[in-house]
Design a protein around this ligand. Structure first.
Ligand code: ATP
Ligand code: MG
Length: 346
């Protein structure tokens, strides 16, 4: 892992410190001895595909799931064995939020506040709803909120105890691009007001635009940790090239092309290459296609990004879990949601 992940012990700017944190479920090691620090005041992202271990990591930091090994310190307090004191200092938005469908928004906030022993005045509650852009919905029932509004409410609930650090588990999954961008603004504003934010995502763009530093996670390991810019720079890559071919070719043939550093095959004769020299890579790709009488279609060349960092480290695409609908738009697989209360089935 990059040295950017670990500060010196006891460093004043560190708000969360993980050492060798491990969680096993029977034969599966969901989180495998990870170590890193989160700095006070930053927006820190954990980026990884489904099953990478992001939620399990958060749950151990939040005091919701006991680690099998390792230690985690939040705001100078060890979380385990007794997570009670830490819980007062953190805000948690779970990946699957249980909302009280038939309470009004201001009632839900008051209720959550009372769970933390925080008595909130009406003005306080309205200020909190305003921070997440829901003031005009204060009298609505949770069941009447759109997906994006429900996410905003769950973020408001993660702020109800004025936490030092707030954890957001995939805050924008399932939202359309406009709602996602609007939520980024809310998260930035929360951070600018002084709260450290730790979020998980499998959106490369979200990590790149929103996070100061990103831990790239896969199969329970932190593969890399740095600023998005440094991660991409460290790749030594120039561009990301995607295309389809009229007939399949062995992926090893593509890896040998001039200017190409990494390559992967996807469904329906789709391929992606990371190129250290985009021009040479495209020329050699077209040469190979001409030689084998193949047609290159949907050729797209883009500057290297975090997706390429992931591709180079794992040989897989981050977004492989997403499917395309008939119109060619990316669509999400349905999310698992849990409802502890209310009628459920949103
Ligand atoms: N309670 C559990 N019992 C058994 N296995 C579990 C449990 N919770 C998680 N796992 C497994 O641990 C691994 C990591 O899961 P985790 O939920 O942390 O992934 P994630 O990175 O948050 O994925 P996603 O993007 O889908 O939310 C997965 O293989 C998952 O099936
Ligand atoms: Mg998760």
């Amino acid at each position: 892992m990059s040295p950017a992940g670990v500060a010196s012990p006891g460093a004043a700017g560190v708000v969360i410190s993980l050492r060798g944190l491990t969680k096993r479920y029977a034969d599966l090691t969901a989180v495998d001895g990870i170590s890193f620090e989160v700095r006070r005041g930053e927006i820190f992202g954990i980026l990884g595909p489904n099953g990478a271990g992001k939620t399990t990591t958060l749950e151990m930091i939040e005091g919701l799931s006991r680690p099998d090994d390792g230690e985690v310190i939040v705001d100078d307090l060890p979380v385990w064995p007794d997570p009670t004191r830490v819980k007062a200092r953190i805000g948690v938005q779970l990946q699957a939020t249980a909302l009280f469908d038939f309470l009004r928004l201001h009632e839900i906030i008051r209720l959550f506040g009372s769970c933390y022993g925080v008595r909130r005045s009406t003005a306080d509650i309205d200020a909190l709803l305003d921070r997440v852009g829901l003031l005009e919905k204060r009298g609505s029932f949770a069941a009447q909120l759109s997906g994006g509004q429900a996410q905003r409410l769950s973020i408001a609930l993660a702020l109800v105890n004025d936490p030092v650090v707030t954890f957001l588990d995939e805050p924008t999954t399932g939202l359309d691009p406009r709602a996602r961008r609007a939520l980024w603004d809310v998260i930035r504003a929360i951070n600018e007001a002084g709260t450290t934010v730790v979020l998980t995502t499998h959106y490369m763009e979200e990590a790149e635009r929103l996070c100061e530093r990103v831990a790239v996670m896969d199969h329970g390991h932190v593969m890399a940790l740095d600023t998005p810019r440094a991660l991409v720079h460290g790749l030594g890559a120039d561009a990301h090239i995607t295309f389809t071919l009229s007939a399949p070719v062995p992926v090893s043939d593509l890896c040998e092309l001039d200017g190409v550093s990494t390559c992967a095959a996807h469904e329906a004769e789709g391929y992606s290459l990371v190129a250290d020299d985009a021009q040479r890579a495209v020329v050699s790709l077209l040469g190979l296609a001409a030689q084998r009488e193949l047609e290159v279609k949907n050729l797209d060349v883009q500057g290297a990004n975090l997706e390429d960092v992931f591709l180079q480290m794992t040989g897989r695409k981050l977004a492989e879990e997403e499917e395309e609908d008939e119109g060619g738009e990316k669509v999400e697989k349905p999310r698992r949601r849990a409802f502890l209360f209310g009628r459920g089935g949103r």
